[in-house]
Ligand binder design. Structure first.
Ligand code: WT7
Length: 687
């Protein structure tokens, strides 16, 4: 990423004028207070929420130093609350029941629906009662595998209402990935839908979920119910295309009957239709009052060993942090219409589609589709339709849309926009400038928000009414977050400089453990630098104190804003009988940010054929999901290893981009392998 653009952009006037935090002085004052007196700072914020019981013990207590004992983080000891109550009942009781919570916008522009806070509360209570009747109780894990529909929001809030723990698996994951996650969580219920159109593609969710359930059954994990939303009946299928196939989609033939109805397999005894289950069920269900440190949800993120980690968040701290970051980072006001394009299956959707907005009684757009369907101006069309004022998306989407030029944006009046957010990876200054000038008409504030599944909410971000921004920099820490940069020896880099990005103390929204494996939590995040939470990212601090996150410094890669570990992909590849060994690295990609470049060493007697390449790509798709499909597959007669057998990945990254500037390779057991690998590079453009 270039660090050239250090031009400064002041907050948009119209944002600063009404902002919750409207100057750097105010930011500094609030920030200082949040560090000096966390109890007073967060205690004041907590007063805006309903706590059934107030704090009885310490407001904040923690240990970040593994050399002193177990790592732990606790906020608001003794207090009791319920996040669903705070998202719904609190607003309905305040007379806001008729306010729109979500404008649902379907994959097809013909499909749209409006849902209020009052309606959501009733539906949430019904589903909560359905779950309770099935014996789901406090602490039980419920897996959710759903499209971006209102029932997904209802499902997660219903689970939270009864004190169960939701584990949402993104609808783009494969059956194997879903099964792995359900097994790790020992989920007793699954909530899914029949299927969904994503652009012109059909995703047969229930079919995939059924495959996952078979795996669970084979491993003796008892799932009591699969609750299925009948979604296909209510949506418009993609229009017929010129190639003559029904709806332009081959799956139309296999998944639909003659009358055009979507076909589903049915396991009586396990499967229950959502609409039948909620019929005649009471829309009254008292919330379970939870300890602030009771688990709220787990969400799996890639780990460097290849086995995904169940990041666990708890009720109280997450609630305060989701609400507060949403309010300040987007400078939310009651007349805003907010639109976050992330899928709820990722942390961005958890915190900034569901919890953050709903805790603030906000009105949002919930979008089922993709940015380029049925046309490349879909985002802008939606923004115009609902007069969206705050918009939150990912650099990969911005880069993909930038390719079509300015015209598709200019076609729509989107002057309602005043704050534009970015998340998922470092945003390159070119994309930042396009976002600012073309989408924002140079009359907006841009918020490049740095955070992680683990952090629960934004930890480094500009505030749109206060912070002068530099394109490509996430700027300054959020309230309560204390940033440090460390060198390899763990020595702090003060002032200008570069190092490991770490945090010195907990903020309310930080994860509490890895589900079922606290030791993994400690080793992953706290072992390298005792006393600090280690993000795994590198960062630079410039002369003005701005933080520039430079990307991962471990074996993780970021494809279109989705974190993957190289180990996870390698273990999928070596499952193929033709593969003896594999090594995967990230290669820069103009739209995705990074893509997968895979080296495979074949077992004796195999040829590196087109057919094998297809099989290998499919292997990764079925083990992980379509979003992880490799872009490059290369034969590696051998891998560059040190004498101790460690793969020198930096060499592989160089070969991937055709760069011969390897640096020192004298520690390789066989330095000649580098030239061999070079000769086996696939031709550009060929996968
Ligand atoms: C990793 C976390 C947080 C929601 C989406 C991803 C990268 C994220 C930024 C940003 C630079 C960023 C980091 C981080 N990242 N946002 N604004 N600037 N890098 O969540 O899957 O947990 O990934 O995404 O590398 O560690 P995640």
């Amino acid at each position: 990423m270039s660090h050239g653009n250090e031009q400064i952009f002041n907050p948009a006037e119209r944002v600063a004028k009404i902002s919750h935090c409207s100057s750097m002085e105010q930011y500094k004052q609030m920030y200082d207070k949040s560090l000096k007196d966390p109890e007073a700072f967060w205690g004041d914020i907590a007063k805006n929420f309903h706590f059934e019981q107030n704090v009885t013990g310490k407001f904040m207590d923690y240990n970040f130093d593994i050399s002193k004992g177990k790592i732990f983080i606790r906020w608001m000891e003794g207090a009791k609350t319920n996040i669903c109550y705070n998202c719904l009942d609190r607003h309905v009781l305040a007379g806001k029941g008729d306010q729109v919570a979500f404008y649902w916008e379907g994959n097809d522009p013909a499909d749209a629906e409006v849902v209020t806070y009052g309606e959501l509360l009733k539906e949430v209570c019904r589903v909560a009662n359905v779950l309770k009747a099935k014996g789901v109780a406090k602490g039980d894990r419920v897996a959710i595998y759903m499209p971006m529909i209102k029932e997904l929001v209802v499902a997660m809030l219903a689970v939270a209402r009864i004190g169960a723990v939701h584990s949402i698996v993104f609808g783009g994951y494969s059956a194997d990935s879903l099964a792995d996650r359900m097994l790790d969580a020992q989920a007793s219920v699954l909530i899914t839908a029949d299927a969904v159109w994503r652009g012109a593609k059909l995703i047969a969710l229930k079919e995939i979920a059924d495959d996952a359930l078979k795996v669970c059954q084979a491993k003796n994990v008892k799932v009591k119910m699969s609750l299925v939303v009948q979604h296909m009946k209510n949506v418009t299928a993609p229009q017929a295309s010129s190639n003559g196939t029904a709806n332009g989609n081959p799956s139309k033939k296999t998944h639909f009957d003659d009358k055009g109805n979507f076909k589903v397999g049915w396991n009586s005894g396990l499967d229950v239709w959502w609409h039948e289950a909620v019929k005649d069920v009471s829309s009254d269900c008292p919330p379970e009052w939870m300890d602030t440190e009771d688990p709220l949800f787990m969400l799996y993120t890639s780990g460097s060993t290849g086995k995904p980690k169940g990041v666990l968040h708890t009720v109280g701290g997450y609630m305060l942090y989701a609400a507060t970051t949403f309010k300040y980072t987007f400078d939310y006001h009651p007349d805003d219409v907010y639109f976050c394009t992330a899928d709820i299956g990722w942390i961005t959707g958890h915190t900034y589609v569901t919890y953050g907005p709903m805790l603030n009684n906000a009105t949002s757009v919930l979008f089922e589709g993709v940015p380029t369907y049925p046309h490349i101006g879909r985002f802008w069309e939606i923004i115009k339709k609902y007069k969206v004022s705050k918009f939150y998306t990912a650099p990969t989407a911005i880069r993909a849309l930038m390719k079509f030029g300015d015209e598709p944006v200019k076609k729509y009046d989107i002057s309602s926009l005043s704050v534009l957010g970015s998340v998922g990876e470092p945003i390159n200054p070119e994309a930042w400038m396009w976002y600012y000038q073309i989408v924002g008409d140079s009359n907006v504030s841009i918020a490049d928000t740095f955070w992680q599944t683990e952090t629960g909410g934004h930890v480094i971000t500009p505030l749109p009414g206060a912070t002068p921004t530099k394109p490509g920099s996430a700027c300054f820490p959020f309230f309560g977050v204390e940033v440090a940069l460390l060198d390899d020896e763990g020595k702090e880099v003060k002032g200008e400089g570069e190092g490991y990005l770490v945090f010195r103390r907990p903020w309310p929204g930080i994860m509490r453990t890895v589900y079922g494996n606290h030791e993994r939590f400690e080793t992953t995040y706290f072992k390298k630098f005792p006393g600090f939470y280690c993000t795994g990212d590198g960062a630079r601090r410039d002369k003005d104190g701005y933080i520039w996150v430079t990307g991962r410094i471990d074996d993780m890669l970021n494809v279109s804003g989705h974190l993957l570990s190289t180990a996870q992909v390698e273990s999928a590849l070596v499952e193929h009988p033709a593969v003896a060994e594999s090594a995967v690295v990230a290669r820069p990609h103009a739209v995705k940010g990074e893509c997968l470049y895979c080296y495979v060493t074949l077992a004796e007697g195999n040829d590196f054929t087109e057919k094998l390449i297809v099989e290998l790509r499919n292997k990764v798709r079925t083990k992980i999901g379509a979003f992880a499909t490799p872009d490059y597959m290369q034969l590696a007669p051998g891998l560059p290893k040190t004498r101790s057998g460690k793969i020198m990945r930096r060499v592989l990254r160089k070969v991937a981009v055709g760069d011969r500037d390897f640096g020192d390779i004298s520690t390789l057991a066989d330095p000649s392998i580098v030239e061999v690998l070079f000769q086996h590079r696939p031709k550009e453009g060929k996968v």
